[in-house]
Design a protein. Structure first.
Length: 274
């Protein structure tokens, strides 16, 4: 999705990037494009330098996030003292539901969550569902996490919820599966230019087909639904165990081969209520 800067529109338009040009599509949303609405027609042309990229799906019908990387699960369980891998993890590609009302795009400021001192990034890729439940395309996903809030609520046996639902970043673009080949894509996270995480999308234990099939069981997926891969191994601060949590003003960049760089800055801490 994009917005021409000169027009200052609140809503974005779907477009096709061709070199240094963005071709605006006749479809009004990415969901409509995947369903065939205006997919074959182009409406206008803009210079890429003159547009602002928005979240690829501004208002996803749903956001799910899977847990597909064994290394991440092992590392996180070790750091948090939860012991060995549960055998059920190998049997089903589990996921949780996140908040479709808290979607951020490239270069957006991420609000620092109230009540937290342990803000974390998570290096992920997400699939956007196309027509008839197919894989419409892939984008980068940052599943921002307030680890102290998450830790407290999950002791009750539910969640994550408030530790997650303040922000999810998507972008900078959606790339169709045919353009990405075998999906063995290098993934890197940087904070203020320093590399903090590196992994490969090809290390997923559960396949995209298995994740999508499990998500669709006993329900239906609709165009625009977003499903995250879960965090790649070493892809978050929690796994490192060094306590170098994100601070206001930090610039976080997630880069995935073939997709681009999703960049965000951390906003100020909330002002305490008087």
């Amino acid at each position: 999705m994009f917005t021409p800067r000169a027009l200052a529109l609140e809503r974005g338009w779907p477009g096709r990037i061709e070199g240094d040009t963005v071709m605006q599509l006749a479809a009004q949303t990415l969901e409509a494009f995947f369903s065939g609405g205006g997919a074959a027609r182009e409406h206008a042309e803009y210079a890429l330098a003159d547009v602002d990229l928005r979240p690829p799906v501004l208002h996803p019908p749903s956001v799910r996030d899977a847990y597909a990387f064994e290394a991440h699960v092992r590392n996180a369980r070790a750091v948090t003292g939860r012991g060995e891998m549960p055998p059920e993890w190998y049997e089903i590609p589990v996921f949780y539901f996140s908040n479709p009302a808290a979607i951020y795009g490239p270069d957006d400021e991420i609000p620092y969550p109230d009540g937290s001192e342990q803000l974390d990034y998570e290096l992920e890729v997400a699939v956007v569902i196309g027509a008839d439940g197919a894989l419409g395309g892939f984008t980068i996903m940052n599943d921002w996490s307030a680890r102290d809030l998450q830790r407290q609520e999950m002791k009750v046996g539910l969640g994550p919820a408030k530790g997650k639902d303040f922000a999810t970043s998507l972008g900078p673009v959606v790339v169709t599966p045919d353009e990405l080949g075998d999906l063995r894509l290098e993934m890197v996270a940087r904070v203020n230019g320093e590399e903090r995480s590196r992994g490969n999308l090809g290390d997923m234990y559960h396949s995209w087909d298995a994740i999508v099939a499990h998500a669709a069981a006993n329900t239906r997926l609709v165009p625009g639904d977003v499903i995250g891969s879960g965090t790649v191994g070493t892809g978050c601060i929690l796994e490192h165990g060094d306590g170098r949590w994100l601070q206001p003003g930090d610039v976080v960049e997630l880069e995935v081969e073939g997709i681009g760089v999703l960049r965000n800055v951390i906003g100020p801490r909330p002002t305490p209520a008087r």
